[in-house]
Design a protein around this ligand. Structure first.
Ligand code: SF4
Length: 497
């Protein structure tokens, strides 16, 4: 595994893989592969973390890579992937130091850029195609960026359309703006972050609200679309900040927006601070996508931050704003907003469970005893019907809670009756079906294949209403598959350990 997240969470990542490449592995990855081929441990490969019998080893991180030595990616190897936009990296690192960002701890504050000749050579293959310059801050060195754009124009090495991430200060350079327009820049992604001046200071963004407004105006004058990225949830944000941001985005006719929720990314200062303050609600990394609230905000509840952020999204990507600005911002811009209309509604449908989860945080959490009521009723039933079950042990159910996961330990015998009772127990005892479940059936025997099928069907139903369902079983996935095939059923949507 490699990349920013695992670079800062190497030990946890090693629970899921054999090697972690921390930091930039462009030039050391082949050394790791060579070690694996020779069946040797990668003691001398910089930045690699791995497990040994004595414990985990973290080799020191490599120096910042000379990005001129990194070969061009060969996308022809991704034969199954149809690419419409090609990623090109021209630089790494960022001289700024925003508190929520992990770019500087991953790539450093020293801005490194590739030689113009090398970039032009790579761009040759994308002439007439769409390109995304994937740099975190494409114009951090305007002199270098202008040199590149001038050469692209002079040598006619032009994509049909390109986009890049820039800061608002790029809009203060007229020559840069003209070159961007003349080299077919279609869209810029701008970290606007907030219209709350105090939040901009808290984020250490080194820009003011007036800079953002000026930036939008200038890019529009040059016919370049803007995708404005905002981050809600700083310690100075309230529900009003979110309303103000929406009003600002609509008033300034930003072509498309991303209203993100502050996310404590490992490696960022925000992560360190929120962790120290005990305000991180979950370490379920699936939710660290800037659209789920994963920490306790200061001036709002987590639920309020979630609801307000998504409401703002919905209002921005609404019919009046898709078509209302059609003549002012053009058809392409309206098409992006129409796409947003569809995406946000789909997101809301898929994430209803998360709203219930956040809302429940303000309610006292129900603590579960080790033995459930229904388990007792099964015992009673067992006594009454003893003669029928003389040789059978019915099921014993234990439900416990480990952080966000409900653990259901089953021991005994599942027949039609005990199966129904087991799920009744679960539904009666767990507050809402939006949690993680771990169901241990290692000590369960099934009365028949039919019962196993019913059990799987019930798990599938549960999996639809829960965030994650995991099964611990002595049965192999293959043996379950055989039964499923026999009864013409689909593979279950839950995980099997
Ligand atoms: S948010 Fe942008 S400007 Fe700020 S540190 Fe990260 S890459 Fe640099």
């Amino acid at each position: 595994m490699g990349g920013a997240h695992v670079s800062f969470m190497a030990e946890e990542a090693l629970e899921h893989c054999d090697y972690v490449c921390r930091g930039e592995a462009d030039l050391t990855f082949t050394d790791l592969v060579a070690c694996i081929e020779r069946d040797e441990l990668p003691w001398a490969v910089p930045g690699v973390s791995f497990k040994t019998a004595e414990g985990v080893v973290h080799n020191p991180r490599p120096d910042w890579v000379d990005i001129n030595q990194v070969p061009f990616p060969d996308f022809s190897l991704l034969s199954s992937l149809k690419m419409s936009t090609y990623p090109v990296m021209t630089s790494r690192g960022c001289p700024f130091d925003c508190t929520f960002c992990s770019v500087t701890s991953m790539f450093g504050r020293k801005y490194r850029y590739r030689e113009t000749e090398s970039i032009l050579e790579e761009l040759q293959q994308y002439k007439g195609k769409q390109v995304f310059f994937i740099d975190d801050n494409f114009a951090a060195n305007p002199r270098h960026t202008k040199e590149l754009l001038k050469e692209m124009i002079a040598r006619k090495t032009l994509p049909s359309w390109w986009c890049a991430q820039v800061r608002t200060d790029a809009a203060r350079d007229d020559e840069l703006l003209a070159l961007m327009r003349d080299s077919n820049c279609g869209t810029v992604f701008v970290g606007m972050e907030s219209v709350n001046p105090q939040t901009l200071k808290t984020y250490n963004k080194k820009q003011g609200v007036a800079d953002i407004e000026y930036c939008i105006k200038r890019f529009h004058e040059y016919g370049i679309m803007l995708h404005g990225m905002f981050v809600f949830g700083s310690d100075d944000d309230t529900a009003e900040t979110i309303d103000d941001t929406l009003e600002f985005a609509l008033r300034n006719r930003i072509d498309s927006v991303q209203f993100m929720i502050l996310t404590p990314l490992p490696g960022s200062r925000t992560f360190k601070e929120l962790e120290e303050q005990g305000r991180i609600l979950t370490r379920d990394w699936n939710l660290y996508d800037a659209h789920h609230v994963v920490f306790q905000p200061r001036l709002m509840s987590a639920y309020e931050l979630q609801v307000k952020s998504m409401e703002a999204f919905k209002k921005f990507y609404s019919f009046p704003n898709i078509f209302g600005n059609l003549f002012l911002t053009g058809i392409r811009s309206a098409a992006f907003r129409a796409l947003g209309f569809w995406m946000i509604r789909k997101w809301l449908r898929d994430n209803r469970w998360f709203y219930i989860y956040l809302n429940s945080l303000s309610a006292p959490v129900q603590t579960l005893g080790w033995k459930s009521r229904i388990s007792k009723s099964i015992e009673t039933f067992q006594l009454r019907k003893l003669k029928y079950f003389a040789t059978e042990k019915l099921i014993h159910i234990e439900i416990s809670q480990q952080e966000e996961t409900f653990v259901l330990n089953l021991k005994g015998y599942l027949n039609d009756f005990s199966l129904g009772e087991t799920f009744k127990t679960l539904y009666n005892n767990v507050p809402g079906m939006y949690q993680n479940f771990l169901i241990n059936i290692e000590e369960v025997s099934f009365a028949s294949e039919k019962v196993l099928i019913r059990f799987i069907e019930k798990l599938n139903n549960l999996a639809q209403r829960a965030r994650q369902v995991e099964i611990k079983t002595a049965l192999s996935r293959e043996s379950i598959s055989v039964v499923l095939k026999k009864y013409d059923l689909k593979l279950p949507s839950f995980n099997i350990n």
